[in-house]
Design a protein. Structure first.
Lengths: 277, 277, 277, 277
């Protein structure tokens, strides 16, 4: 069980979202309100995009986010129009940097909350399905990273939603073969630095919480006096495991079994259905 | 805010107390029930005595206790008749090994839960009162370590209770001079490897929780069927920030403003009163 | 490139071999004399056997061995009749505890110095050959751990030399298939807690250095005045990547392409030949 | 014994100096050529200035610089016109972030190579001389940090050279009082984000190495074909513990007992003489 946050919009200093809000992500690392686990102290990570750079920057640590001085320095001095942050509560795999989210492959990032049930039993079959060319880029041992590489194998870079649906389909199918009930539980954020895709799904139809921020124009009409909303562009959007702050009307729940796309122009929201790869 | 545990009695494997009980100390590192902070993930430490060795062994780490594989290995393979374990929730000083409890000076150990209020303002005056010969042995930056070295300065090795009372008296007096209300909050365990002294005190008379285990003979009469109690000697005693397990009648609260001595023969319980050094 | 040490014989405090000798293993972590790399600062590990316990104890760290206070404490307070210690210089895989040697599977330990050339290219084929039952116990990402699990797959627990020869045969064969010249370079120590097997081999016939200590009786005749040799039993033997100390005649080189067995009664030395699995 | 580097001039990506050159600072962390210790693996740090920000950013780690993935990411993505980098070889004080250089006080940074001999004996007298207002900002336990706070106490922010001379004078005088011969050995870089002061001094007149880069115009005349020199402004200057790369004529030794000032307009070089505070 983990918590994550994906931001896209007007360039913003990371600390504005990581440290400032009541119930900020760093605050959630000490005591989350909606998580299955209340503490997310098994490592953390941020990946952010720098306009013009071919790859996002990755900063990950194995200690708790709440007491890391370097994270505070980086958050204070870094501005980005698109980033993904994650705090980890291990479901059994070791606490090491290569198991911290987000995972990166070239210009892509991937963060996950949830788990593959009985992963140690299903792992070999899932890993075997990863494209051998991609296999050598995996460096950690989590279910989350295997999910990322399966999605890459199934075409994440070309048709992201279909690729993630095929990944989920494979997990369901391998889980079934091993007699593991309800094998997949996930909220996922993945981005190529331009668009961001978010997913909420679980085999049992009872998925981890996920919220997206309301449109800025609506928010500004509701709260004309709120200063923090002024500088942000209409396109600015935040997707989070649990709401930051307490602004009524600021957050909407992502429906069960669905995906969303944050992009220039209208965002999308659609139904997510696992598919056989 | 931290949690600690001091054990004295029949040699026991560390894991029996650190990992096995419901509400074990490791469990408290993730979610304590009685602490001011619910998470104690800013480092940990154990100091244990090996019969015949001049000094206790110290094992301390900067990550959370709950996910440390080395701690688990050491706890599984180490047996000791006397040890002190501590999980830390920093009150502001850095998370580093030299700030992890217990602190050691020769054959002595010291663990603390609580804080000196506005320590950064009082620190210099307190440190100046430490014996210059002892000064060079301090390696960390916590209030807890300064309290230890003040107690050593005031004769901890000869008259422990009086020394800790003088330490507390100095903190009260320096606090008063700087206008800091209720400067001291503490439960402390300290031991020379033979006897263990425990203290519960706060300026405001509302101290952190502290419990000691009931006499073994009484417990065995109450629970004749309880296997875990059988091998333990009559002298076996445990002092803890919060109860392990759920055995009714197993724990008694240490009264406000008092100290206890765990030793061969009858233990002692007395009134603790800060004294001017 | 790494350095390791395997000890077997009279129970000895770990620090006697890890810290005391001139050119001790900890000293080699800062500047080894015979290694390909002069610094071995990418983590360390010790595994030691406790008589009566089903599994050896494992203590591993990701920082340099030379500055680790816990290692010093453990080495000072732990006595064992059989242990394996390792200091790591990464050949590319991440510095994390799960990549530190020795690796453990049940009562077995494994430490390796050397590498599989172009491991990232060969890795998938090698991992596929690991017994699926064993696969799930692998937690790291090194060539060394894969070598261990291949040896386990090929019967390490029953016929250790043959199993390691088959492991080496597979690496040679997969290397050949991918056009990797001289794919295997290794000195290995592996033990079940009773006997210890050591291997020195490389595809190119120019292997990393490996030495074993001369028989104690011979050493004592040569150096009757040497106190450190007195308490040690006739069976005591040490195998090391590079000699500790400067006692002339104390060390003999393990020949190229050979294995040795340290055991009760006469030790063995034999020729090592990779075999097709 | 440590190594450091201070850069000032045209904005440059950190990795250009930390990773790219032959004998780069990261390379020196594994094997320095001119250092008293060949390995500098006891932590590292970089402090860099961001135009417009009130304070420099600080990134420090306790592991070796050569294997830190976050350092590589930050170095690759950060551009700065003025930064100080340091790799540490501890002379006895603990390896912890608060002991890593550079140290920061508001807009100032301080990095040191060398030591105060018998620091544990002199420490208390030196610390007592630190301004009580500044005292509470010290968080580590090194001689280097105490030197910084003494210099701040003696007016570093107003008259840097005189302040450092008084700090050195105090160390000489306290050392003399305790019968410590040749107590001070130092090369120091300190900067306010605008100008950078460098010092080379030791009680014995045999100081650690220090070099500064030749004027860019001279270098460009010497090496008209060298691409890396083209984009750099005339004001660009580098001061280093040991030369990076192998460009003949690129480096000049800072003379014994002297200081230099890197600033807009002509740089300065002067004689350094400890003065009684």
């Amino acid at each position: 069980m983990c918590r994550w946050l994906a931001y896209s919009g007007s360039p913003i200093r990371l600390e504005e979202l990581l440290y400032r809000p009541r119930y900020s992500l760093i605050d959630q690392s000490l005591h989350s309100r909606l998580g299955v686990e209340t503490t997310n102290g098994d490592g953390f990570g941020i990946g952010w995009y720098v306009p013009g750079a071919p790859e996002p920057v990755l900063f990950r640590g194995v200690g708790p986010a709440w007491n890391d001085p370097n994270l505070r320095e980086i958050a204070r001095s870094t501005t980005s129009p698109l980033f993904v942050a994650h705090i980890r509560a291990s479901t059994g795999t070791p606490v090491q940097q290569t198991n911290c989210h987000p995972f990166r492959y070239r210009n892509w990032l991937w963060a996950h909350n949830g788990s593959i049930r009985d992963f140690h039993r299903l792992k070999r079959d899932l890993v075997l399905a990863v494209d051998p060319e991609l296999y050598t880029s995996m460096t950690g041992s989590t279910d989350s990273e295997v999910m990322f590489y399966l999605a890459l194998t199934y075409g994440l870079r070309d048709r992201p939603v279909a690729a993630v649906e095929r990944m989920a389909g494979l997990v369901e199918s391998v889980g079934r073969a091993y007699g593991v009930p309800d094998p997949l539980q996930m909220t996922v954020a993945t981005t190529d630095g331009d668009r961001t895709w978010c997913f909420r799904y679980s085999s049992e139809g009872h998925s981890r919480s996920l919220f997206y921020s309301t449109e800025m124009s609506a928010l500004r009409r509701l709260y004309p006096e709120q200063e923090s909303l002024r500088g942000l562009s209409e396109e600015t959007r935040l997707v989070v495991s649990e709401p930051l702050g307490e602004l009524a009307g600021a957050w909407q729940e992502v429906p069960e079994s669905s995906y969303g796309v944050i992009q220039k122009g209208d965002d999308e929201l659609g139904r997510f259905e696992p598919a056989m790869p």
